[in-house]
Each structure stands twice: as structure tokens, then as C-alpha cells.
Design a binder for this molecule. Structure first.
Ligand SMILES: Nc1nc2c(ncn2[C@@H]2O[C@H](COP(=O)(O)OP(=O)(O)OP(=O)(O)O)[C@@H](O)[C@H]2O)c(=O)[nH]1
Ligand SMILES: [Zn+2]
Length: 344
């Protein structure tokens, strides 16, 4: 990686505005390891350590940081423009950061049974919540007679949606994605297994599967696979590919859902009762639209389902936090009793 500039790396006015002095010793995180951060700077790749007490879990691939070139220590993180995160798997309430400063979230689906309005709306809400632009990429256009029909279905979901249909196995068609992955812009791909994410990333970055993970020996001599997650595209932008991207689900996304379903939230505001359930109450503006044939009843069902899903996931997060707090309380009480017993 020779003579790369800050703007090649995606540096923008948003980050510049957070600096009082010259933009020096800046880097963009390309990999988050257990104890270190890997980053790319105009001077080449750097491996950074963190000040004591800080966890690499507070950093995401795509983050901008300032570092001390003498010590290789990370000094500060810049406020993010966008952030994709999720609740970590398992029972803990850990908020796991997936990727930061992604400009466009490429929502990948195919011209087949994978294409589902509900799935697209879920991903669109995720993009809206994170602050990323959504781009719906509909692959396998070469396998159907009328791929445009899928594109129109996607675009009908929200005025925010830009959708394109492609044959992802055709390098010429992949070039149509360059606009979102050029000039320091950052793209991340989300979608079910088999829709063509790997095919697209390989084509955009010019890399093969074999180069995905770098095997390294850790301190105990074991092999660990450190995976780089920020890849330069041949068009001069960036592709973020982290394992976490593959299992993103909705939590704390009420605002994102509101954005994607703005038509329904607007209508709901016109219902006679403020707590209208949009069932069979009189004066329901949503039912009136459905009766008039102007609104697909399926869209109402999908909206309600997504709201329930988000509430359920967000609730467990809040509950788990409460549980953590009460455990701490028990622990502190235990300590106090112990002290009493020891006569302290
Ligand atoms: N005909 C056709 N085949 C495609 C297209 N896109 C992907 N494929 C094929 O579909 C299969 C799955 O593609 P992948 O790129 O591995 O899908 P993925 O989304 O990375 O899947 P996971 O790694 O499981 O998440 C491969 O055999 C691709 O060659 C397309 O636009 N047209
Ligand atoms: Zn109503």
C-alpha cells in the first residue's frame, strides 16, 4: 500500500472538524484483535496498543484514531459518522461493535426465494439506525426473465431505497457497484448465506478466498486466524467484511424502523385514538388506507412484527443490564458482610 492519503482512507470534514490542530498521526482501524488494534495510515499499516484500562472492544473496524508514532499507542478515537453494532450472542448484555464509518450498507439478496420484503425492511431499519445509506443489491439477475420486477418491489418499500439488479459473477456488471466503493467511500455487505456476498467482495477487492485469513502464531504457539476486515477496493474505496456482519439482528432500532415505515408512523398519528392498535378501532387511519386499497395489509403486519422483535431484543438487553446491576449489588453486600465478619 504505497502513498495513500487520508482522504483515500475515507477521512472527511466530519472527522477534521474534531481536530484543533494539524491532521497528523491518524489511522483507520482495519482489524480489532484481543489486545491490539491494526490500522492503516498514510505511512503504512500500524499495530497499536491501548492505554491501560481500555478495551479493544470499544473500537470497531472503520474507526478513526490518533496515535503516538513513538510508542505505537492509540491516543484517541474520533466520533463516528455511522455505527453498526449488535447484542453479542449468548446471555450477556454486551453491545458488540461491528463496523464504524460505513457509508453504504449493501443489502444483498437474490432474484429467488431469498427475496423477502420482511427481510429487506429489517435490514433497511438496521441501515437507518446505523446512519448508513442503504443500497439493495439483487444478485442472480441472470437467472430470471424480469429482474426489474424485483428491483421495483425493493424500491417500493421506502423512498430511501436505491436498488440494482446484477449478475454478480460478471465482472462487468460488478463495476456498477463502483460508485459506492470508490474515492475513499466505505461499503459493507449484509445478506443471507448464498446470496453472493463473497462473490461481490472478491470482485470488488480483486482478492481470492485464499487470502482472507492470515494464520499467525499467538504467544502460546497456537495458530490463530487474524482476519483483516477493511479491504481496499480496486475502485479506490473500502469494503468492510467482518464475521459479525453475517449475523446482525435488530436491537434498539426503534428509530430505524420509524424511518423505514415513515408512511405508517405518519398514518398512525392520524388515528382517532393515540393508543390505536390499528385493529378494528373506529377512526383508524391505517385501516382506512387498507380498506381503500392504498396500503398492503402485509406491510402493516411486517411493521408490527419488526416492532415486536426490536422490543423483545431491546428488552432483554435492558433486563440483562438490570441483572448485572443486581449481581453487583449482591457482590457489594457480600463484601460488606465479609468486612463486618473480619471486624473491619
Ligand atoms: N448465476 C449467478 N450465480 C451467482 C450470482 N451471485 C452469486 N452466485 C453464485 O451463488 C453461490 C453463492 O455465492 P457466494 O458469493 O458464496 O454467497 P455468500 O453470500 O458469500 O454466501 P455465504 O458465504 O454463505 O454468506 C456461488 O456459487 C456464486 O457463484 C449471480 O448473480 N448469478
Ligand atoms: Zn390506527
Amino acid at each position: 500500500m504505497t502513498s495513500i492519503t487520508l482522504s483515500d482512507l475515507g477521512w472527511s470534514a466530519h472527522f477534521r472538524a474534531q481536530l484543533d490542530d494539524a491532521p497528523e498521526d491518524l489511522a483507520r482501524i482495519s482489524g480489532v484483535e484481543r489486545t491490539r488494534l491494526e490500522a492503516l495510515s498514510p505511512d503504512g499499516p500500524v499495530s497499536l496498543s491501548l492505554p491501560g484500562g481500555q478495551s479493544t472492544g470499544d473500537y470497531a473496524v472503520g474507526d478513526w484514531v490518533r496515535y503516538d508514532p513513538e510508542t505505537g499507542r492509540c491516543l484517541r478515537r474520533f466520533e463516528r459518522q455511522t455505527l453498526l453494532h449488535r447484542r453479542a450472542a449468548g446471555t450477556g448484555a454486551v453491545d458488540q461493535l461491528i463496523a464504524a464509518n460505513v457509508d453504504t450498507l449493501g443489502i444483498v439478496t437474490s432474484c429467488n426465494a431469498d427475496f423477502k420484503e420482511a427481510r429487506l425492511e429489517r435490514y433497511l431499519a438496521l441501515a437507518a439506525q446505523a446512519g448508513c445509506l442503504p443500497l439493495v443489491i439483487i444478485t442472480k439477475a441472470d437467472t430470471v426473465d424480469d429482474p426489474g420486477a424485483y428491483r421495483r418491489r425493493a424500491e417500493s418499500l421506502s423512498p430511501l431505497v436505491v436498488a440494482i439488479d446484477i449478475d454478480a459473477t460478471d465482472p462487468l456488471e460488478i463495476r456498477r457497484l463502483n460508485a459506492w466503493a470508490a474515492d475513499g467511500r466505505t461499503l459493507a455487505l449484509l445478506g443471507s448465506s448464498g446470496v453472493g456476498k463473497t462473490t461481490i467482495s472478491n470482485a470488488l477487492t480483486g482478492r481470492g478466498e485464499a487470502t482472507q485469513g492470515i494464520r499467525e502464531d499467538d504467544a502460546k504457539g497456537r495458530h490463530t486466524t487474524t482476519s483483516r476486515a477493511l479491504w481496499r477496493t480496486t475502485a479506490g474505496g473500502w469494503l468492510i467484511d467482518t464475521p459479525g456482519m453475517r449475523a446482525l439482528r435488530l436491537t434498539d432500532a426503534a428509530e430505524g424502523i420509524d424511518t423505514v415505515f415513515a408512511d405508517l408512523t405518519d398514518l398512525a398519528g392520524q388515528c382517532r385514538f393515540s393508543d390505536c392498535t390499528h385493529g378494528n378501532e373506529p377512526g383508524c387511519a391505517i385501516q382506512a388506507e387498507i380498506d381503500a386499497g392504498r396500503l398492503d395489509p402485509g406491510r402493516l403486519r411486517r411493521w408490527e412484527k419488526l416492532l415486536r422483535e426490536d422490543a423483545r431484543n431491546s428488552e432483554t438487553l435492558a433486563e440483562a443490564r438490570a441483572r448485572d446491576r443486581s449481581l453487583q449489588k449482591v457482590y457489594r453486600q457480600g463484601q460488606a458482610i465479609g468486612k463486618q465478619k473480619r471486624g473491619l
